[in-house]
Design a protein around this ligand. Structure first.
Ligand SMILES: NC(=O)c1ccc[n+]([C@@H]2O[C@H](COP(=O)([O-])OP(=O)(O)OC[C@H]3O[C@@H](n4cnc5c(N)ncnc54)[C@H](O)[C@@H]3O)[C@@H](O)[C@H]2O)c1
Ligand SMILES: [Zn+2]
Length: 408
């Protein structure tokens, strides 16, 4: 399979035990055909479409979406919210409910998220709660949203200090991914999305429930393993972007189809929990540094580093070096992030957040998803809280070393 000339095909998610199946359409240059896709998906012509986007999403994409909906016979209006986590809030949601009623939206109307994970999570929750559930379409335009948040049905807003406190499972009717929209995304946002993509490379074996003890030469999905593709292309990874996006969506879809609502046994790494690799550590960094300092993907990259350090003796030097070299080549922890991370005054604050993680059974243990050999496999473990601080210190020392090397 030539990955450079790879052309994607629509993926389909069939959720077990639910009447819901939905397509994920990945097509460079596909956004101007949105209206046609809605019709192909069976969404009724003539319906009201309520587009939610944010101030940072280029106007061109809004225009393309609106024009295509109008030519396909839909009525559409666009509602632009603030950029950033503040948009995932009750006051913004209330404004959107009001606007939706004014526009005459009913439960047959179609809510469309156009933008990154923030409009995606917000619009999804709006769609899940409006008249107990209306239609919902995702048009992700950040890499993070294209490989992660637009697939899988978790939607939420923040409440008080708690991120994603009020939410629901709301599977979309359609996910329309146009990788060309990433051309306007900042390099920093792009690399933050790449960090989530890298996570899929480290969980691919478990996520696809491959049982062999050695990694077969090729993926059951066809073609090479994601880790091999990332290593082969290294800093030129954008050359195979449509393949990378499709593979990430396929891996996430496989996990979601098996365990839509996170009901697998807590320590079974084939459940939705495997998607949390790097996240328990990562959330602690996000929380201690404040949510505006690191991008989510950067926090996940640091979390992945910590998870690798925690498994150092089990993985062995060669595997650890392999992961760290690739993270470095892909620049998953950029200089801006390194500066903030190495200025952290005390690592105990990270530990305090980790002990409160909702996955934990008690305060003496932290539940973690950690890589094992062969790379691509993970395990879910409970480790005593006292083990964590030395790992955080090693990660800190490594980050300082990286920062000094980057400065030179
Ligand atoms: N639901 C899930 O399963 C899930 C999974 C992971 C993350 N999330 C959520 O996703 C959110 C983060 O998403 P994100 O990283 O996409 O952030 P985001 O939505 O804030 O987008 C990042 C920035 O990029 C801008 N932008 C979007 N598309 C652009 C484009 N094509 N060109 C130029 N600029 C563009 C936006 O205006 C924004 O300022 C968090 O709230 C997180 O909790 C949800
Ligand atoms: Zn994440």
């Amino acid at each position: 399979m030539s990955l450079n000339t790879f052309t994607s095909k629509p993926l389909s998610i069939h959720l077990q035990g639910a009447p819901h199946t939905y397509p994920i359409h990945i097509q460079p240059g596909g956004l101007p055909f949105l209206g046609q896709l809605l019709l192909q998906t069976g969404l009724p012509q003539g319906q009201n479409c309520f587009i939610v986007t944010d101030e940072g999403v280029p106007h061109l994409y809004i225009q393309q979406a609106e024009q295509s909906l109008t030519s396909a016979g839909f009525h559409s209006t666009t509602h632009t919210v603030l950029q950033g986590e503040m948009a995932k809030s009750l006051p913004v949601l209330e404004q959107l409910y009001r606007a939706a009623l004014e526009q005459g939206m009913t439960r047959h109307g179609i809510f469309i998220a156009l933008g990154g994970g923030i409009p995606g999570d917000l619009t999804g929750f709006l769609a899940s709660s409006f008249y107990r559930g209306a239609h919902f379409v995702q048009i992700p335009t950040t890499l993070l949203a294209q490989v992660d948040s637009s697939v899988g049905g978790k939607v939420a807003i923040n409440f008080g200090e708690v991120k994603n406190c009020v939410g629901a499972f709301k599977q979309p009717d359609l996910v329309c991914i146009d990788p060309n929209t990433l051309q306007t995304l900042s390099p920093r946002e792009l690399r933050a999305g790449l960090a989530e993509l890298f996570k899929y490379a480290l969980i691919e074996f478990s996520a696809l429930a491959v049982e062999e003890s050695t990694l077969p030469a090729s993926s059951p999905l066809g073609g090479p393993w994601l880790l091999d593709v990332l290593e082969t292309h290294g800093s030129q990874w954008l050359d195979v972007l449509p393949f990378l996006i499709q593979r990430a969506c396929e891996i996430k879809a496989a996990v979601v189809m098996r365990d839509e609502k996170e009901q697998f046994p807590l320590l079974d790494e084939r459940g939705r929990v495997c998607l949390n690799l790097g996240h328990t550590f990562g959330h602690a960094y996000e929380s201690v540094l404040g949510y505006n300092t690191l991008l989510h993907g950067e926090a996940v990259a640091v979390g992945t580093l910590c998870a690798v350090i925690a498994q150092r003796s089990l993985l062995g030097d060669a595997a650890v070096a392999r992961i760290l070299t690739l993270m470095d080549t892909l620049q998953l922890i950029p200089y801006e992030a390194l500066r903030a991370l190495t200025a952290l005054p005390e690592l105990e604050a990270l530990l305090a957040v980790m002990t409160k993680d909702k996955k934990n059974r008690d305060v003496q243990h932290v539940r973690l998803i950690l890589p094992v050999l062969p790379l691509g496999k993970v395990q879910v473990v409970e480790r005593p809280t006292s083990d964590i601080l030395p790992w955080l210190s090693s990660a800190h020392a490594y980050l300082i070393e990286r920062m000094n090397a980057t400065k030179c």
